[in-house]
Design a protein. Sequence first.
Length: 519
Amino acid sequence: MGFGDGSLRLRRNERPVLRFAPPGALCGRRFPAPAARCVAGAAGHCSAASIGVALPPRAGRDSPRLVQAERARAPPGREARRGRRVRRARARPAGTKRSLVPGGHRAFLERAGTIRCVPEARDELAAHVPAVGRRSPHSRDGRRLMRGRLMAYRIGKALGLFSLSRFLTRRKLRILAYHGAELCDEGRFSPSMFIRADTLAARIELLRRRYPVLPLGEAVRRLKDGTLPPCAVAITIDDGFHSTAAIAVPLLRAARLPATVYVTTYYVQRDVPVFRLAMQYCFWKTRSALLDIAKLGTGEGTVALDTDAGKFEIAWELINYGELHLDEKGRTTLLEATAAQLGVDLAPLLHHRFLHLMTPEEVRAAASTIDVQLHTHRHRFPDDPLQVRAEIEENRKALAPLVHRPLVHLCYPSGFWSKAFFPALAAAGIETATTCEGGLNGPDIHPYALQRFFDGEHITALEFEAELSGFPELLRVIASWLGRARPRVHIDEADRRRGYPAGHGRTVLERCAPTKVPA
């Protein structure tokens, strides 16, 4: 899944549509070219909005980051009340402007008739993104929903419903998904992507003791012919981070459990950190309140970093600028200059390689014990079926010298998939393809639309046990019977998508004509 919160509420019988949005498209502006001047105030400073920033990946209506940013609009010393919580607005550095669009992000989106997307970073090599159609766990509604879900799981387990669920869903395949393990502090940076080694070891031990774990290809084949063992599990790991080779593979080897690792090969061939993740990490790590963009060669003026929302706005504009206008050397230079401005030491990141992918030698060593498979070369899924096939073939060509087995299993990058591309996948010799949609897989599931459960440090042991038992699946079935299930996002031939020239970018969820959506 993916390299990129917001809450999403859809009315019944209303279908969401995913499309790519160019940088700054929601604000009607683009990030300036290197020679362009930033629109600055008289004091020589500029706001995040003045350089054409795109909306941040985490700016939901109830998200504490947006709430905190909106509180900052109050005069210094004025208290802003939100429910029972009272906080004093943070003072803004002198000479800087507010980084929020007039009326706040939600008001802007409502005026534009557009709803902010929610690309998730369980995904994605795009960290900090909740799943489409889910509330942010950091929002007030999200925390309330999480507490209610955990309470339901405790009651269900005490009443023996986990055991009943295992029996009722015993013929369905469970596919687990991971991204990377924690080597330094990246687990706090993105707990949905990086899981601690001891947590992963506990998960593996539970699987070894209680569930039959099969290779993905064998599991899907036996699912179709009806010989799947009860409650069978397949393990998948996306992207191919260095921590997969350093931590996950040794743990799986010690437990003698099979797994499939989907490797995207662009960064395998280049010994540099994933640019967009490294940029986001720098803005997460910094304690600086100002960023002088003149020293980055991307404009003039000073940008305030007094809110988390403002930080991620600027981070995403720099990411979009680097991916659209610079080559790999230029992106590395921009990352180093930004880190220096933010006071972030890149030495630990480069030394421990926790945002790097595996090297070719590490891929070759891992392939001796686990199944290394396809994840596209540049971690993108173009609109054109011919380009999709080209991405797969380039990915296969890079992996073939390192992996001496058929490369026939694919993971959709960032979870974007379409039924329209199934013929192209078949022509490319793909046997199975996994999505980022949650759920169990029955015998009627299409092999190019396999569903998975994304585990991470943000998932409690109780939630993990519940998902393996199939209890949430039964709750989803009951909810669909009651007509309350949230719609799942399927991208089909009628959906509209638009990509960057480089195939990068966040997504926008927009409303369309009411149609029936699969529950």
